[in-house]
Design a protein around this ligand. Structure first.
Ligand SMILES: *[C@@H]1O[C@H](CO)[C@@H](O)[C@H](O)[C@H]1NC(C)=O
Ligand SMILES: *[C@@H]1O[C@H](CO)[C@@H](O)[C@H](O)[C@H]1NC(C)=O
Ligand SMILES: *[C@@H]1O[C@H](CO)[C@@H](O)[C@H](O)[C@H]1NC(C)=O
Length: 524
């Protein structure tokens, strides 16, 4: 009996063991919001017995991370700063830099950072360790370089994006792209587009496609081959083997687009937990503000301390006149003549602050995670977008009536004050926020449950090749039907030519007859 029991327990142990996978996870972006978007996924997978090696720029500080082993890449922030990234993003447009030159500087900084990460001792050891093995790679694909880990370990991989996926990634997994119905999130357009917007969207997509695949990917391939070996396949081919794409969007908030079964929407507040007590300094300030607090933060990539003087002056003179207290996330102490009602703090536990009932308004750069936290906590917003998807998020913010937006390129005190007071005093904005928050929670499964289920499905099915979209293996001219349209047009052309020739022939015959008759008449 005891032996039987022992056998049974051993068998159970083996079964459990075989289900536990070794997962390599890499979230490349030196950006706090990109990192926190996926923390609940790592924790949940670890809780379910999987062993996770996580490459992250913001290691979690929890004491009991169990099966999660973190590789600290926080030095990435310094590398980005050495390339001047905050400066480009915060002041670039106000200082008249062109979109293209800014994009290039920023993308170069990302590539440099990705390469720096591969040069780190622990990462090198991981790549070179021949007895290391994994069952799955989960990798952030905003920058493509880290996808090469799937080649190194010969494992299936799941691509993850903390915002909507860029066009090239939707394209890589075979999601149907249409620049007019689903404009790229870099463009400040939401459907329906005007004719001019349609023309811009199509041109942007073609130009971007060319730039990504013929300029950026080849140089990124060079980085990959330096660190993963000369024989590594091109990133363009690797990305087509992506088993799943987890996109951190909420379909209630974003526009609806068609996608394959292997694209999983996991957004809608996945990263939001129960509110924790605020640090004393912040709590005292917010508790004491009986008339309410406005919270102002431009996120972690845009630095309030780097704003141009004009913009900062316009903001400060507005804040001074508002009958509210203002908590501003500001990265240094060097601000002169700070109004009495404004408090600067270097870091804010944002979710917990937004959950405080005294917070009446959030002035935000329109980062997706920030907006989700505000919606979740029923706080209306004033948006001041800077970069990336923030402009299109700002349009969604306005069109869904969750608040209003201002343009930082020509912000005046009058305009800013009017906008802020309108959102604070008109209850419609808060009502809309509550409504969208309610419908975001009305789902079959939470984003986290969905992500966990499909991750384990991917492990069980060894990459779920049966869900691969057949569109991926078509040439672009086949996908856009150009060969078929070409054939049909050629057929039509041949048909028309034949008909024209026959008509000409008939005409000649008829005229010949007439001419003959005429000449016969003359002869008679
Ligand atoms: C190589 O990987 C194995 C298996 O995970 C591990 O036990 C070992 O410590 C690693 N070696 C180094 C030098 O990291
Ligand atoms: C600011 O500029 C934008 C275009 O960039 C324009 O649509 C808007 O009306 C301007 N606002 C003010 C207050 O001038
Ligand atoms: C939101 O949901 C709660 C609970 O389900 C309900 O009481 C409330 O009326 C809803 N509010 C709106 C604006 O839909």
């Amino acid at each position: 009996m005891q032996i039987k029991l022992l056998f049974f327990i051993t068998l159970l142990g083996l079964l459990k063991y075989s289900e536990n996978a070794r997962i390599l996870a890499s979230v490349f972006s030196p950006s706090y919001s990109h990192q926190i978007a996926f923390r609940p996924l790592w924790k949940e997978l670890a809780k379910r017995g999987h062993e996770i090696t996580l490459l992250t720029t913001n290691p979690m500080k929890d004491p009991d991370l169990g099966n999660i082993k973190q590789i600290d890449l926080s030095g990435s922030y310094k590398v980005m700063e050495e390339q001047g990234s905050s400066d480009i993003l915060t002041r670039g447009r106000n200082e008249g830099k062109s979109f293209m030159s800014m994009a290039q500087l920023y993308l170069d900084a990302l590539d440099r950072t990705a390469e720096w990460q591969l040069e780190q001792h622990e990462v090198k050891q991981l790549i070179q360790n021949n007895s290391e093995h994994f069952d799955l790679l989960i990798v952030e694909v905003m920058n493509p370089i880290q996808m090469a880990f799937s080649e190194r370990f010969k494992v299936p991989f799941i691509g993850i994006t903390p915002l909507d996926a860029p066009y090239r990634i939707h394209d890589a997994i075979g999601n149907y792209m249409h620049p007019i119905v689903f404009p790229d999130y870099f463009l400040p357009f939401t459907p329906p587009l005007t004719f001019l917007q349609r023309a811009i969207s199509v041109t942007f997509n073609w130009a971007n496609w060319y730039y990504q695949y013929y300029v950026r990917y080849p140089s990124e391939d060079l980085i990959v081959r330096r660190h993963f070996g000369e024989g590594t396949r091109a990133l363009r081919d690797i990305e087509k083997d992506m088993s799943f794409l987890f996109v951190n969007v909420n379909p209630i908030f974003h526009s609806i687009r068609p996608h394959g079964l292997n694209t999983v929407l996991m957004g809608g507040g996945t990263h939001i937990g129960k509110p924790k007590p605020l640090p004393k300094e912040i709590n005292d300030f917010v508790d004491a503000a009986k008339d309410g607090v406005i919270y102002l933060s431009l996120g972690s990539n845009i630095k309030s301390a780097l704003l141009t003087d004009d913009l900062r002056k316009a903001m400060l003179s507005t804040l001074k006149e508002l009958p509210y207290k203002i908590l501003w996330k500001f990265e240094d102490d060097g601000l002169q003549n700070l109004p009495k009602n404004v408090k600067l703090v270097k870091w804010v536990p944002q979710q917990d602050l937004l959950a405080h009932p005294n917070v009446k308004l959030f002035i935000t750069q329109c980062g997706l995670q920030s907006m989700e936290e505000a919606i979740f906590n029923h706080v209306p917003m004033v948006g001041m977008p800077f970069m990336g998807d923030q402009h299109s998020n700002a349009i969604i913010l306005r069109s869904k009536g969750l608040g209003l937006t201002v343009d930082r390129m020509n912000l005046t005190k009058t305009e800013f004050k009017k906008t802020v007071l309108e959102v604070l005093n008109n209850p419609i904005y808060k009502q809309n926020v509550i409504e969208i928050s309610n419908s975001s929670k009305d789902v079959d499964m939470s984003g986290l449950e969905r992500a966990v289920w499909w991750t384990e499905y991917c492990i069980r099915s060894k990459g779920a090749k049966h869900l691969r979209n057949p569109a991926i293996d078509l040439h672009w001219y086949q996908f856009y039907l150009l060969d078929v349209i070409g054939l049909l047009l050629t057929g039509l052309l041949v048909l028309v030519t034949i008909i024209v020739l026959i008509l000409k022939l008939l005409k000649r015959l008829v005229f010949k007859n007439k001419n003959n008759q005429n000449s016969n008449k003359k002869l008679q």
